[in-house]
Design a protein around this ligand. Structure first.
Ligand code: PLP
Length: 333
């Protein structure tokens, strides 16, 4: 499908407007060349370091844009969302920056370090059930019974436009970008980045990367419609969760704008985290390491400037240590 056909969903202009709106609330993050990965594939590889973003992930971009698009009155009723961690943390941080109150609903699968990080940002936390769906039901209740405003984690035009600002920074810093590897879960990041990159540089390719275990967008793209998958534990915990059977935006955008989706084993993702720590000198969470992992696993070929979106760095320190020491077996398959 031509790029233009989906540009009606979230346009390059929407993303440029978001960039002006959120400037001053989020950081422009560095784009840094990786000598080791460049050598590995024989083309320049650059890392876009969203692990250096305030709150430790790109999610702050979308949440900040979504909140700034609301009027004062809507914000004053309080904000609510469900999240595998980083989106909740971002909403909490953005709400605080604007003097608003945030309530975050989490499933019991969310790691303790992420729950504490959100609590420390001053948000109210509700832990409900064992899946994103359970957490979402609680969100629905709070919207209906207490009049709160829901900030969706990915399937929302303002959120997608905010995430896309990261793609604009890449296009500005490296106009000759040929390939972008983007972590893929609900697809807000991939949709925004692809719309920005392809809007600026139509010939560039954008490839989504997910874990083999419970990759809802990959399963949906293969089925041709939004599809449920069983949610299971994975090292890339920020990539867990479904895309929503009533998905409106990220499914059609990913279908039209992603050139390919690559799936990785847990061992391959662990190797990505290890490489980030030992070779690049960075603490990167599983979801943030999948682009690096895809290159290391030999699942990507590129003959032009390649950008890996390192989407986040929030990982439990003890778990990170275990992975770096090669002791992740027993924790995951
Ligand atoms: C949320 C998240 C993703 C996936 O983003 P989607 O918009 O849901 O596809 C990737 N990496 C990190 C660190 C995240 O927090």
């Amino acid at each position: 499908m031509p790029v233009r056909a989906v540009m009606g969903l979230v346009t390059l202009q929407d993303i440029e407007a978001a960039q002006r709106r959120i400037a001053g609330y989020v950081r422009s993050t560095p784009l840094r060349i990786s000598r080791a990965l460049t050598q590995q594939i024989g083309a320049p590889v650059h890392l876009k370091l969203e692990n250096h973003q305030e709150t430790g992930s790109f999610k702050l971009r979308g949440a900040t844009n979504a909140l700034l698009c609301l009027d004062e009155e809507a914000r004053s009723h309080g904000l609510v969302t469900a999240s595998t961690g980083n989106h909740g943390r971002a909403v909490a941080h953005a709400a605080k920056a604007m003097g608003a109150r945030a309530t975050i609903c989490l499933s019991g699968l969310v790691p303790a370090s992420k729950v504490e990080a959100i609590r420390s940002l001053g948000a109210d936390i509700r832990i409900v059930g064992h899946s994103q769906d359970d957490a979402m039901r609680e969100v629905g209740r709070l919207v209906h019974e207490e009049g709160m405003h829901f900030v969706p984690p990915f399937d929302d035009a303002d959120v997608i436009a905010g995430q896309g600002t990261l793609g604009l920074e890449v296009a500005d810093d490296l106009p000759e970008t040929a390939l972008v590897l983007v972590p893929l879960s609900g697809g807000g990041l991939a949709s925004g980045v692809a719309a920005a990159i392809k809007g600026r540089r139509p010939a560039a390719k954008v490839v989504g990367v997910s874990m083999e275990r419970g990759a809802a967008m990959a399963a949906s793209l293969a089925a041709g419609r939004p599809t449920d998958v069983q949610e299971v534990e994975t090292i890339a915990d920020s990539l867990g969760g479904g895309i929503g059977l009533n998905n409106r935006l990220t499914f059609p955008m990913c279908r039209a704008l992603l050139d390919e989706v690559i799936l990785l084993s847990e061992g391959e993702i662990a190797a990505g985290i290890r490489h980030a720590a030992m070779v690049e000198g960075m603490t990167v969470e599983g979801a943030g390491a999948v682009g690096i992992a895809a290159l290391l696993a030999g699942k990507i070929r590129s003959d032009g400037p390649t950008v890996i979106i390192v989407s986040g760095g929030n990982i439990d320190p003890a778990f990170h240590r275990a992975i770096v020491n090669g002791q992740e077996r027993g924790v995951v398959r």
